[in-house]
Design a protein around this ligand. Sequence first.
Ligand code: 6PG
Length: 241
Amino acid sequence: MTERETALGDLIIADQETLFQHLADQMGKVAEKAEDRCVIGLTGGSTPKKHYQWMVANGKLPEAAQQKAYWTTSDERMVPLSSDDSNFGNADRMLLQPLGIAEERKFPWPVEVDAHSAALLHNRKWAERFGAQRCFDLCVLGMGDDGHTASLFPGSPLLGAGVMDFFACVEVPGKGWRLTVTEAGLDASRAITIIVTGANKAERIKTVFNQPAGTYPVQILENYAPRVTWLVDEEAAALIQ
Ligand code: 6PG
């Protein structure tokens, strides 16, 4: 395992199991630090599925997180929770249910209404439940091979728009409507961890860490660098070792 400071945050390069263990440890740490509760936003996409399986198979959720964490996702697709494309639906089926997390600790996006209503509702319910000052205790993100993160894609109207809400809806060309944490939400999060694995991400990781800020959405993490941890496996880090 190697670890170094970068302009985009603390970069940890290791094998997948070491990365998964680091993320599990972080979940425990944020829960231990929290007075009564903490909110963890899991990432979407396919990368977390391997992490969920590993967490469940090895019983790796720390006790503090088991007891104090509320669970949601950092972005969501406008599909039913029952869909295989649902970020929260997958997290619930593959991690939260197998670990016996109580229903009242789950905080899915309200995808049963239209995207604009869902964003309004999520912001309102969040403020009522967790307060309007703080977003995630731990925001987990992924990175697409186009350099997007959460549902902040290249050319997104949300980027640099000064949106004050923690969460917003956005129509993504070719992908339909999405719900996502915003820059304001990231700025109000206590810790941000982005996990990137696989050789198909190596070229993008190289350009993200070497091209000027503002080239890819994921480079907004530079604005929160002291609170950002990059967990990158050896395949995805092959061109930046
Ligand atoms: C989503 C995600 C998205 C994801 C990246 C990486 O809803 O798709 O939140 O930001 O993290 O696209 O996805 P993979 O892990 O599938 O490569």
